[in-house]
Design a protein around this ligand. Structure first.
Ligand code: GLU
Length: 438
């Protein structure tokens, strides 16, 4: 049943693989040499479980997706006062490499444009560029849960062709934002040249989604306060000058890079990593944006989707009679909660022949969660097992949708049907009470 999520992501990748709009970044030769058809998508659940599709493990350079992570590290190591004194938190609406500062404060407008990102590097303490870079590399690696390496060729090219970034760094020096422009730039070029995969980006996003704890390694890499600030800036400034469109249509704090990556965070719930190097006019991955829009809409991932916080969804799991396992759910059931239920049932499936999902205590359920639970009956049946629902208020499956034979008003009725089936097995009979049937 966790297969349902996998199949959904595979279908999404297949659908958007046909889109060939956009162009490779061409400001350095290395980026023009990548395979334009590369397309990878990874979703990490809040507990670190991964779904990977397409070229999920293809490496590419992190580029601007480095910016929120260095900003987080600067906040962590230098504190918010020192960081706020040098970098603003206002969307600029300008191109990412605009040579500009806020006209009143003379500080970069935010940490997601190059000026702010270069200033953020200077706020990571270090006696030498190497020391600064190691802290940055170690921090990204802790978020990704594996050591990340440098692409030496990209680094060399970034350095050779980085005149615009040099102009920005020298301008910042003239305004007193930083003191050592060449050293800071060297670290900035290196951080942009670290290699990641969509899996790494999903894990890094999941670490932010979990308020600074990497769900895979269990290591706390930063504080919840730092994450909150970082996500705030990602929401308003993360997608180049397309941030407004992004927030309306997708609604997940995110950051893209000209290497073709996107990392997107649904706080408390999941992290997404995408890779497809064909970029739109703003510098965002064309397929990456399409896939994020589709997932947000179809899985209900917009962070302003007005639902209560998704709480522990599974209230109890127990065996009612031999071979019959009951899963009691409660609270608000959204996509991420239903995915967890699907995966738990999947994991346990060797140990039962009938699974009863009791949703009578669920307060709210949205359509993506409804579809996932409804699909579970079908996949269990395909596996020669039976999935029954206790759904007295028809919250999951509306009457007349073809699932009547597996929906029951009370747990006792469902257990009785399960018992008959495990003795039989004959198809269970419908037991919905008259009041809830139509
Ligand atoms: N290394 C690039 C630069 O600073 C990063 C560009 C990006 O991903 O936006 O110009």
């Amino acid at each position: 049943m966790a297969d349902l999520v996998q199949r959904y992501l595979d279908a999404l990748v297949a659908e958007f693989a046909c889109v060939t709009d956009g162009a490779l970044a061409d400001y350095i030769p290395e980026l023009t040499e990548v395979d334009p058809t590369g397309f990878g998508l990874t979703l990490s659940a809040a507990d670190g479980f991964l779904y990977e599709s397409g070229d999920a493990r293809t490496e590419f350079t992190i580029q601007s997706i480095s910016k929120p992570f260095t900003y987080a590290l600067a906040l962590d190591l230098s504190g918010p006062e020192a960081v706020d004194a040098k970098i603003g938190v206002e969307p600029s609406g300008d191109a990412f490499n605009e040579i500009s500062v806020d006209e009143h404060t003379k500080a970069p407008k935010n940490a997601m444009i190059n000026a702010g990102a270069i200033a953020a590097v200077s706020l990571v303490p270090g006696a030498s560029p190497d020391e600064r870079f190691s802290k940055i590399q170690e921090f990204y690696s802790a978020c990704a849960g594996r050591p990340l390496d440098l692409d030496e060729d990209v680094y060399r090219s970034e350095k050779e062709t980085g005149d615009r970034n040099r102009a920005i760094a020298y301008m910042l020096t003239s305004f007193g934002v930083l003191a050592d422009p060449d050293d800071v730039l060297d670290v900035y070029f290196r951080q942009c040249s670290l290699k990641v995969t969509s899996v790494d980006l999903a894990r890094m996003a999941a670490t932010l989604a979990r308020a600074g704890t990497n769900p895979q390694t269990g290591r706390r890499v930063t504080s919840a306060k730092v994450v909150q600030r970082t996500l705030s800036v990602m929401v308003t400034c993360g997608m180049y000058n397309g941030a407004g469109d992004w927030v309306s249509a997708v609604g997940m704090p995110a950051k893209s890079g000209v290497g073709g990556g996107i990392t997107a965070v649904l706080p408390g719930q999941l992290g997404i990593g995408l890779y497809s190097p064909l970029l739109d006019g703003r510098g965002n991955s064309v397929r990456g944006v399409l896939a994020c829009r589709a997932m947000s809409e179809q899985l209900g991932l917009h962070f302003l989707n007005v639902s209560r916080e998704s709480r522990a969804t599974i209230r109890a799991v127990y065996s009612a009679v031999d071979g019959v396992r009951v899963y009691e759910m409660h609270g608000d059931l959204m996509f991420a909660g239903a995915e967890k239920v699907a995966r738990t049932v999947d994991r346990d499936s060797d140990g039962f022949s009938v699974a009863i999902l009791d949703v009578s205590r669920v307060d709210t359920i949205n359509d993506p969660a409804r579809l996932l639970l409804a699909g579970m009956s079908t996949t269990l049946r395909e596996a020669g097992k039976l999935g029954l629902l206790v759904d007295p208020d028809a919250a999951v499956i509306r009457p007349g949708r073809g699932f009547d034979d597996v929906v029951f008003s009370t747990l006792d009725d469902a257990v009785e049907a399960a018992r008959l089936w495990t003795d039989g097995p004959t198809p269970p009979r419908r037991r919905r009470s008259a009041s809830s049937s139509d």
